[in-house]
Design a protein around this ligand. Structure first.
Ligand code: GLP
Length: 241
């Protein structure tokens, strides 16, 4: 595993964006696996800047996102489709049809999960998958469990996750209780994984995930088994590594 320790959130965003930009430059038709959450927002902002400066071209890139809330249409300002449009896609030259986020409004969630797996498989291997980490070690919405869920699947969110994400909604009651997420096997198929972490509140889970036992109780610990992981974190988040 390669670790980049940066002084703060801005430097973390810069480093993570450099890695993604290098990927897009080297392989203009690459497949980027993308994540939501507050951590990668600064990374996406840098990519937008470099696109505007004429340094990056996304016209041949495809993207697949990790997850989506169930029950929220893409027009809802807390849906992950909306997040991606707002924080990245609307500001770069990627065709909308080249971007993929699970459809949280699909009537048949299981069928949507199967469709999403086919979409990912049809694109070939994800070149680089961005991951944030939940405080309980979740990646995508793969919550602590007694086994690693393999494929894209519907999931019941844990109280920890509902509480953590309540800050984005008017009230806790409005946070969706279910989501669709790529599974662990789906994530591990990516050629390369780029984990971004920031802030002291992530230090303990970063330590557990990367130095503790590999266990589905800490879903991110499975990344220890992937041959090409890059961890980019600020000093606070890496303070216990
Ligand atoms: C959500 C997303 C995850 C993300 C996590 C951490 O639950 N489903 O993909 O990694 O939040 O978010 P943050 O970066 O805001 O800490």
């Amino acid at each position: 595993m390669r670790i980049y320790r940066t002084k703060d959130y801005d430097a973390m965003s810069q480093k993570a964006a450099e890695i993604l930009a290098a990927q897009v430059t080297l392989k203009p038709d690459c497949v980027l696996g993308l994540a939501t959450g507050s951590t990668p927002i600064g990374t996406y902002r840098k990519l937008i800047e470099w696109y505007e400066a004429g340094i990056l071209d996304f016209s041949r890139v495809h993207t697949v996102n990790l997850d989506e809330y169930m029950g929220l249409p893409g027009t809802h300002d807390q849906s992950y489709r909306y997040f991606m449009q707002h924080n990245l896609f609307d500001h770069i030259n990627i065709p909308r049809e080249s971007t993929n986020v699970p459809d949280g409004t699909a009537a048949d969630a299981q069928a949507e999960c199967e469709r999403y797996e086919r979409v990912i498989a049809g694109l070939g291997r994800v070149s680089i998958q961005v991951l944030g980490m939940g405080h309980n070690g979740h990646i995508g919405f793969n919550e602590p469990a007694d086994h690693f869920p393999l494929d894209t699947h519907p999931v019941d969110l844990t109280d920890t996750t509902i509480n953590a994400n309540a800050r984005f909604f008017a009230s806790r009651d409005e946070v969706p209780r279910r989501a669709i997420t790529m599974g662990i096997r789906t994530i591990l198929r990516a050629r390369r994984i780029l984990v971004v972490v920031s802030g002291e509140d992530k230090a303990e889970i970063v330590r557990k995930a990367f130095t503790g036992p590999v266990t589905p109780q800490v879903p991110a610990s499975v990344l220890q088994l992937h041959p090409n992981v890059t961890l980019v974190g600020d000093e606070a988040a890496l303070s216990k590594l």
